[in-house]
Design a protein around this ligand. Sequence first.
Ligand code: CMP
Length: 140
Amino acid sequence: MTDVADLAGIPLFARLSRDEAAELASRFETKPVGEGVRLASEGAAGYSFYVLVDGGAVVTLEGVPVASLGPGDFFGEMAILGEGRRTATVTTTSPTKVLTLFGTEFRRLQQSHPAIAALLEDAMRRRAQELLAVQRNAPA
Ligand code: CMP
């Protein structure tokens, strides 16, 4: 259960009404995470989607940093929408506050509140497509 105030100011949730935000907040867990914690491991099974409320994280592919994430950024959508495997490693670079949504909870939301789930899923799918396009264009 997340305080709805934690969702304020996060672009991913900008289009939600107050009631929708409250519903969604009830599905997310909030947790403080220390620096240097690996939240996703490339190739491993992944069961959660994450949003950074504050702090930062680095995305690495085979140990090479490819992106930095900051407050309001999300990650973990690839495993939740796709085949359940993490496509990259994500490690915190400072103490952070992280919102976590389990894939099972996301699927429950799709059943009970399809409009809210669709808003979230649109953003997740857009992002997943951008990342797949980057991967396709990357040198082998
Ligand atoms: P997922 O594969 O579930 O777990 C690792 C996450 O890192 C992935 O979802 C994306 O959210 C994110 N990610 C993967 N590749 C990149 C990349 N090239 N740049 C930024 N983020 C990425």
